[in-house]
Design a protein around this ligand. Sequence first.
Ligand code: ATP
Length: 237
Amino acid sequence: MSGELSIKGLNVSYGPVEALHDVSFDVPGGQIAALVGSNGAGKSTVLKSICGLVTPTDGTISVGGETVGPRPGDALKRGVAMSPEGRRLFARLSVEENLQMGAYTISDAKASREMLERVYGYFPRLRERHRQMAGSLSGGEQQMAAIGRALMAQPKLLLLDEPSLGIAPIIVAELGKIITEINRDLGMTVLLVEQNANMALSLAETGIVLETGQVTMTGTGRELLDSPAIRSAYLGI
Ligand code: ATP
């Protein structure tokens, strides 16, 4: 599975508002990368650009060496799946139906059953609640279901938008461990967007800092965690 991500010279505007300016970074295949930055820095816009949900005015995005065009279906064809901020589950469908929706492009039923078992292995709580309506899950459980649904597409590149948002600290730590396991077991490249810079950079081999639409720093997760500028701006130290 080779899901390396390469972004070059990306510019995105929402009408007169320039959200991304000349954003370039690479994530080697099989790595966990963390994209961190404060509110409105443009993190979600990077993910939406990769998924074809916004159209860049300039720049290129490639996954596994192949260019991803600015249409929503394109990213899926190239093996990209996203767990969006706010989870966006189908509230009136069961947990298992939501998970199965993630596999709608997978024609191999056996592979889908195996992935469902894996998802239940990572998130036993979802197995226990597989018949429950997704809308009645707790915030943390909905987050697990959203990640599980993205995994069901068997992506090469998994995009996670703010998985720790609104989740109890103890579950954030558990989630971090599971993201590391998924990356290790499945060899999937993971791009993790987080305001929780500490959690994200602790997991990541590559860290990218975005400020007002521009990349201001890149390094290993460790280097960024140790950087005085990052410590005072994002870690409150
Ligand atoms: P947060 O952590 O708060 O979710 P973010 O880093 O993900 O922020 P984005 O959501 O990418 O930031 O937003 C980047 C900038 O683009 C912000 O100034 C935001 O107000 C603006 N923006 C985002 N979406 C739209 C839109 N649909 N229309 C107009 N402006 C937008």
